[in-house]
Design a protein around this ligand. Structure first.
Ligand SMILES: Nc1nc2c(ncn2[C@@H]2O[C@H](COP(=O)(O)OP(=O)(O)OP(=O)(O)O)[C@@H](O)[C@H]2O)c(=O)[nH]1
Ligand SMILES: [Mg+2]
Length: 304
């Protein structure tokens, strides 16, 4: 996507969160000084945006130390932006590709977090880069789940491997890898059934799918992406912590950012969980996925 179009999409997708951060921008304009009152308002705004207690405290403290009793200049805003970008940076944000054969991406998350839709969007994004994608419908738990992914595969014009309703998801994963190798595909994306991190047997099932993939293709899964629903705000953090422990996730897709003012939650997700956010979901259409870029994200939060 051209940069201007992507920029507009991020801005538009973040419109609810931007309303909260817009208050910060007017706060900078209205108050003449960084004083106690200013710091209290800064704290409240960051809190409202779901930036979380730890990061909020850290930012307020840094601003206090750097600017207390000083006139408000553009510097305060750029200082806060720089702090936010710093909190979001992660050296490992790019997608890991397998240089020797198909890249396997396993996708997991709680029920309804946006996995299947994000998979379709990710497949589209990869296709735009000339990659040949194969989808694996390993959510055999619900018949409708296979249908949903099938409809997406038809729209995308890509292959799909599926199993009978109720069949073993590991077998679907196995067949998908075989098909991808035989047909010379570049990327296999494996959809899985939604599960709660507390459902141990279902978490073990994910672990099994993972082992099947590893046996089929060296180094697989090359990515284990956890899809989080941004509207869950702080609750998403607990999910991320448990999933990370159970299935060694490599990154996060933060979906549904367009539907929430809790876009600031991306900061504690990064800070507390320590997993990089690799993509953000900004709507329900195929084009509504963006590679996560901390600078663009923070700029968009404060954009008019
Ligand atoms: N607004 C918006 N809606 C989204 C986004 N991603 C997913 N959705 C919607 O969220 C709902 C659930 O999405 P799915 O992709 O089916 O979620 P899932 O995690 O696969 O659900 P299960 O397979 O039932 O666990 C659907 O109505 C999607 O259209 C997004 O980025 N923005
Ligand atoms: Mg699904």
């Amino acid at each position: 996507m051209v940069f201007a179009a992507l920029w507009n999409k991020i801005k538009q997708g973040l419109s609810k969160t931007r309303q909260v951060f817009g208050r910060l921008a007017s706060l900078f304009r209205l108050r003449g000084k960084v004083d106690k009152e200013f710091l209290a308002q800064l704290e409240e705004t960051l809190y409202l945006a779901d930036v979380g207690p730890a990061a909020t405290k850290q930012i307020v403290e840094r601003v206090r130390q750097a600017f207390l009793d000083r006139e408000i200049t553009e510097d305060v805003l750029s200082f806060v932006k720089k702090e936010l970008v710093g909190l979001l940076n992660h050296s490992d944000r790019s997608l890991h590709f397998n240089p020797h054969g198909p890249t396997v991406i396993l996708v997991a998350g709680v029920n309804g977090s946006g996995k299947t839709t994000s998979i379709a969007k990710l497949a589209y994004w990869l296709q735009q880069q000339g990659k040949k994608v194969l989808l694996a419908a390993a959510d055999t738990f619900r018949a409708a789940a296979v249908e949903q992914l099938t409809v997406w595969s038809q729209r995308l014009g890509c292959d799909i491997v599926k199993g009978e309703h109720g069949s073993d998801p590991g077998a679907v994963a196995h067949n998908a890898c075989e098909a991808a190798v035989a047909r010379g595909k570049d990327v296999v994306i494996v959809d899985t059934a939604g599960r709660l991190q507390t459902q141990e047997h279902l978490m073990r099932q994910l672990e099994k799918i993972r082992r099947v993939l590893a046996r089929q293709i060296p180094g697989a899964p090359h990515e284990v992406l956890l899809v989080l629903d941004a509207t869950n705000g702080q609750n998403a953090i607990q999910q991320a912590e448990s999933f990370k422990k159970a299935i060694q996730c490599t990154g996060i897709i933060l979906a549904k950012l367009d539907g929430t003012a809790k876009g600031g939650a991306i900061i504690p997700i990064r800070q507390k969980v320590g997993l990089p956010v690799k993509f953000v979901g900004l709507g329900e259409k195929l084009e509504d996925l963006a590679v996560f870029d901390p600078q663009a994200y923070v700029d968009a939060l404060f954009a008019d």
